[in-house]
Design a protein around this ligand. Structure first.
Ligand SMILES: Cc1ncc(C[n+]2csc(CCOP(=O)(O)OP(=O)(O)O)c2C)c(N)n1
Ligand code: SF4
Ligand SMILES: [Mg+2]
Length: 297
């Protein structure tokens, strides 16, 4: 376990690969702020770091995997959830966190997102939503609000955007929350709560990309965006997710929207096999105990 009680160092520093600093994120970017909340949630929830794995896809947010001093995997674009699913199935004792961008999770990875929620795979998904594909130059994403200006819609977007909390709730997620990078404590608390849940948990963090989204939409720098989040956010715990869609300049509903229980994928699988196979069903052994016999001939 890491020593996190030395008060001569910043409490989140032991969670970072400081040898990789300076990081690539621009001044005012919100991604680092989300990492701070994540590290504080790890401290607060006293989670065993030996049984934690973090998986990201590709994008500015995806770079988180390279900066955290954890078992972390920087996978391919849109494939963080299937990779994480494999980890969880192979070692059910792991706490598996998916940490990725809105584009990675809801565009190219959109199918994986809805099916992991439908199956209720026990994953904690942290989606940093900066409303665009940042790393590749600020293109329109499925999350970009109508009328926003992006590199691919210089005259404004006109496609309806995904309301991610509504999407994942409809697909079956058991825990759904949204905060902004202004809400650092609430975000840390939600991440800690998600660690207590068994099943598919989804936390959306609205986060500034001052270099691309904020600049093109004349929303100022990182600090201006914090003021904007403070002014526009309204805590609406338990709000119907159908009502929390985002607009270009409108209210940002934040809070815990969904907290419910239903059997997760592995519990359903076990129940089904016990029902069908009875005593013939043999629970998979711990992958660290090499006593599984090969039955494949
Ligand atoms: C298969 C594949 N398609 C496209 C890309 C190019 N690509 C890299 S990151 C990215 C979008 C990232 O957007 P998002 O997930 O929102 O992350 P952000 O950079 O905004 O944090 C794209 C399209 C890629 N790397 N691989
Ligand atoms: S391009 Fe945007 S999202 Fe990427 S590091 Fe810079 S500010 Fe952050
Ligand atoms: Mg993005």
């Amino acid at each position: 376990m890491l020593n996190v009680v030395d008060d001569t160092v910043n409490p989140v520093e032991p969670f970072l690969r400081t040898d990789r600093m300076p990081h690539i994120w621009c001044p005012g970017c919100g991604i680092g702020t989300t990492v701070n909340s994540f590290a504080r949630a790890l401290i607060d929830s006293k989670i065993d770091l030996e049984s934690l794995a973090l998986v990201s896809g590709i994008g500015c947010t995806g770079r988180v995997a390279g900066y955290v001093k954890l078992d972390s995997f920087h996978t391919t674009h849109g494939r963080a959830i299937p990779f994480a699913t494999g980890l969880k199935l192979a070692n059910p004792k792991l706490n598996v966190v998916v940490y990725s961008g809105d584009g990675d999770l809801s565009a190219i990875g959109g199918n994986h997102l809805i099916h992991a929620a439908r199956r209720n795979i026990d994953l904690k998904v942290i989606c940093v939503n900066n409303l665009i594909y940042a790393m590749t130059g600020g293109q329109t994403a499925p999350t970009t609000p109508g009328h926003a200006t992006t590199s691919t819609n210089p005259y404004g977007t006109f496609e309806p955007a995904f309301n991610l909390p509504h999407l994942v709730e409809a697909a079956g997620a058991v825990y759904v929350a949204r905060w902004t990078t202004f809400h650092v404590r609430q975000l840390a608390r939600s991440i800690s709560e998600a660690f207590q849940k068994k099943g598919f948990s989804f936390i959306e963090v609205i986060s500034p990309c001052p270099t691309l989204y904020q600049r093109r939409n004349k929303m100022g720098d990182g600090l201006d965006t914090m003021k904007y989040y403070k002014e526009k956010s309204k805590v609406k715990n338990g709000a119907p997710t159908s009502e929390v869609g985002l607009t270009l300049n409108g209210e940002i509903a934040v809070g815990k929207f969904v907290d419910r229980d239903r059997p997760d994928y592995q519990s359903m699988m076990r129940a089904q096999y016990v029902e069908s196979l009875g005593d013939l069903y043999v629970e998979m052994t711990d992958p660290e105990e090499p006593e599984m016999e090969c039955v494949c001939g």
